[in-house]
Design a protein around this ligand. Structure first.
Ligand code: NAP
Ligand code: ZN
Ligand code: ZN
Length: 345
């Protein structure tokens, strides 16, 4: 079927309306009528070719929330009318060590991205800035019915990308967690770490969003433009999650870790990081990275958010506002996720 979509046509041109083809539903697949699609900073890095070459036109969007409209004959896990979501990947090899261990986000043969990839059918994948999507049911998530779909969409990337390291590095009671950057990922990290019972601090460029951060569950809020922040918090955190999309001197933040603490990089600027060995050796510190989460962990995160009533704080926009929204995200002027209403496509 032909469906309406928004595509990027070149790295330096505004996104524009288009139509794309969605395949017929196969026996193991479902078709979702997309209701909302979040704008992740990764969409922007991708369409602007900041992470490498992209073949245009490209339809991005990997924070997809909608309603099941069709199910293939073998599918028992979904029924028409269910609330469903798709995140950053729509398939993986299913055979490698990681896929077999339920770590399909780290598929050794490369999981198949929701966009900017080639699907099993040999066709380029196209993401959530569109009206409909067809995918294998194994890579589709159940969205708890108590979460509004617009607030649920960003959980599919921003939610799981922060939930996964918080879980892996045991955020919880008695743990001090720092979140660098209060954007899309950061505001999810604060809510989730708070719900896990950790003591949460936001490390933002300024105090402009302090009230919001506290309302989201932060116990403390610091401006990184203030030198005294780095003096006062030396050796303070068990875990720091860096969500910043731009280059940041992480060495300064490593000094804020306690012995055995970990700084986990989820923000993905393209420039290499410079870290002297001594920033890690003293204090047996870990500098780590983390990529989204597995399908199983994404479902676990959605269920957790359903139980705790956690959704993203969203600004719902129409298709006409997408280019303006991109500019605002890049200028850190987002509170805290733009979500496209696909009824306006
Ligand atoms: P976002 O909404 O733009 O948030 C990024 C935040 O970083 C901003 O709100 C801002 O927070 C801070 N920031 C921006 N520029 C800065 C600068 N020059 N110096 C210091 N702080 C700055 O972006 P997002 O959608 O959350 O994504 C964040 C990053 O994570 C992107 O690079 C994205 O590609 C990446 N990502 C990675 C994964 C993964 O699997 N690892 C998944 C999704 C996204 P303050 O205003 O509070 O300072
Ligand atoms: Zn994303
Ligand atoms: Zn695999």
């Amino acid at each position: 079927m032909q469906v309406k979509a928004i595509a990027a046509v070149a790295p330096d041109r505004p996104l524009e309306r288009t139509t794309i083809e969605r395949r017929d539903v196969g026996p193991d697949e479902v078709r979702i009528a997309i209701k909302f699609a979040g704008i992740c900073h990764s969409d922007i890095h991708t369409v602007r070719s900041e992470w490498g070459t992209v073949s245009y036109p490209i339809v991005v969007g990997h924070e997809i929330a909608g309603v099941i409209e069709e199910v293939g004959e073998n599918v028992t896990s979904f029924a028409v009318g269910d609330h469903a979501g798709i995140g950053c990947f729509v398939d993986s090899c299913r055979e490698c060590e990681n896929c077999k261990a339920g770590l399909d986000n780290y598929c050794l043969n490369g999981s198949i991205g929701t966009y900017n990839a080639v699907g099993r059918d040999g066709e380029p994948t196209a993401g959530g800035y569109s009206e409909q999507i067809v995918a294998d049911a194994r890579y589709v998530l159940h969205i708890p019915e108590n979460l509004p779909l617009d607030e649920a969409a960003p959980l599919l990337c921003a939610g799981v990308t922060t939930y996964s390291p918080l879980r892996h590095w045991n955020a919880g009671p008695g743990k001090r967690v720092g979140v660098i950057g209060l954007g899309g990922l950061g505001h999810m990290a604060v809510q989730i770490a708070h719900a896990m019972g950790a003591e949460v601090s936001v490390l933002s460029q300024s105090l402009k969003k302090k009230e919001d951060g506290e309302a989201l569950g932060a116990d403390h809020y610091y401006a990184t433009s203030d030198e005294s922040t780095f003096e006062d918090l030396r050796g303070h955190f068990d875990l720091i999650v860096n969500t910043v999309s731009a280059d940041l001197d992480v060495v300064r933040y490593l000094s804020l870790l306690r012995t055995d603490g970990a700084l986990v990089q989820v923000g993905a600027p393209s420039k290499p990081m410079q870290v002297p060995a001594f920033a890690l050796i003293g204090g047996r510190k870990t500098l780590a990275g983390s990529a989204i989460g597995s399908i199983a962990e994404t479902q676990e995160m959605l269920d957790f958010c359903g139980e705790h009533g956690i959704g993203a704080k969203v600004e719902v926009i129409s298709a006409d506002q997408v280019n303006e929204a991109y500019e605002r995200v890049v200028a850190s002027d987002v509170r805290y996720r733009f979500v496209i209403d696909t009824a306006t496509l």
